[in-house]
Design a protein around this ligand. Structure first.
Ligand code: TYM
Length: 338
């Protein structure tokens, strides 16, 4: 009797732009869950440098930014024994598939993307890369036929478009791609930056780095905006609208949080003390990450090996998908001869 083959584990893909060390928003919205998922799924974690060129930074900074993000990945516990960890530009099939997806992506859908609307306002002459960005993101995901993609709330729209592209491709060229599920942790939502005004984002300078030393965490957290109506320490605070209090949810135990909440309302604890507790808890939670990061910074050759081997393993899957896609799209002239 033949042994029944085990069902294929679900495949999960996600990516992060390299703008150096990951921040709290990246960690709570994405990385934290990526680490947990590694035991259950076949995972690919990608540093998306081809995407990052659309942000218009200095090319000289890119290699360092990629390396720093790789350190963050490994420091939080992404594990090359369990997952494929790699850099997007090492696997050329991403950009090739993105071009081919141009054939099925409606311009109207791209125009609807809120990230495009936001980002394009920063330019006088809008680069096409910002517009086409979600096509490359769809290619990243579908190249590996990923069943699910764990991301933060801000990526929801891009994932809806990915599903749309898969549907359109399948309808035009035959069943090829899955309709990938977005995995979004509703309880996290969008982590707001320290300014309390916009989502936490490196480009806005409102972040706390996950590898910052305790003193540096404090330097950042002490600048955080709190309840604007609480001008004096004797004014009662409103924890429900305070971003610092929201962040406590992720780093402070329930009893302490309840105590802070009551004392804030009764003006028995000041914002500085509240921030101090948060800062200490963040620094403590990330202590093990700092230790692991120090190890990898001292051994960059290990990172080189992880990323090189990761790209090799990713390429094997990518090549398989591209052979199928090219054939389905008629990009195999030899078929007319053979
Ligand atoms: P990026 O690099 O901006 O962010 C990486 C991940 O971190 C999450 N995140 C947040 N979550 C909550 N609050 C925040 N303030 C916050 N900031 C960032 C993001 O939701 C994301 O999960 N376009 C993507 C990168 C990408 C990608 C992909 C993702 C390219 N190809 C394929 C998934 C699958 C981006 O710019 O994420």
């Amino acid at each position: 009797m033949t042994k029944p083959t085990a069902p294929r584990r679900k495949r999960v893909f996600s990516g992060m732009q390299p703008s150096g060390e990951a921040h709290l928003g990246n960690y709570l919205g994405a990385l934290r869950r990526w680490v947990e998922m590694q035991d259950q799924y076949d995972c690919l974690w990608c540093i998306v440098d081809d995407h990052a060129i659309t942000a218009g930074g200095n090319p000289k900074d890119m290699p360092r930014n990629v390396l720093d993000l790789a350190v963050s990945f490994l420091a939080v516990g992404l594990d090359p024994e369990k997952s494929i960890i790699f850099v997007q530009s090492d696997v050329h099939e991403h950009t090739e598939l993105a071009w081919l997806f141009n054939a099925v992506t409606p311009v109207g859908e791209l125009e609807r993307m809120t990230q495009y609307k936001d980002k394009s306002q920063r330019f006088e002459s809008i680069p096409a890369g910002i517009f086409n960005y979600p096509i490359l993101q769809a290619a990243d995901i579908l190249l590996y036929k990923a069943d699910a993609v764990p991301v933060g709330e801000d990526q929801r729209q891009h994932l809806e478009l990915t599903r749309e592209i898969a549907r359109k491709f399948n309808a035009t060229y035959g069943d090829t791609f899955p309709e990938t599920d977005p995995l979004i942790d509703e309880s996290v939502g969008r982590i707001m930056g320290l300014d309390g005004e916009a989502k936490m984002s490196k480009s806005l300078g409102n972040t706390v780095g996950i590898l910052a030393e305790p003193a540096a965490v404090w330097d950042r957290v002490r600048t955080a905006v709190t309840d604007p109506q609480r001008v004096r320490r004797s004014d009662p605070g409103r924890p429900e609208i305070c971003n610092v209090f929201t962040l406590h949810k992720f780093f402070t135990d329930a009893a302490t949080r309840a105590d802070i909440e009551n004392k804030c309302r009764a003006a028995e604890i000041g914002c500085v003390d509240c921030k101090r507790i948060l800062s200490d808890n963040i620094a403590q939670a990330f202590g093990p990450f700092r230790e692991r990061a120090a190890h990898y910074r001292a051994h960059p050759e290990e990172i080189r090996r992880v990323l090189s081997e990761g790209a090799e393993r990713a390429r094997v899957i990518a090549r398989g998908t591209m052979a199928e896609v090219r054939q389905k799209m008629g990009l195999d002239w030899r078929a007319a001869i053979d």
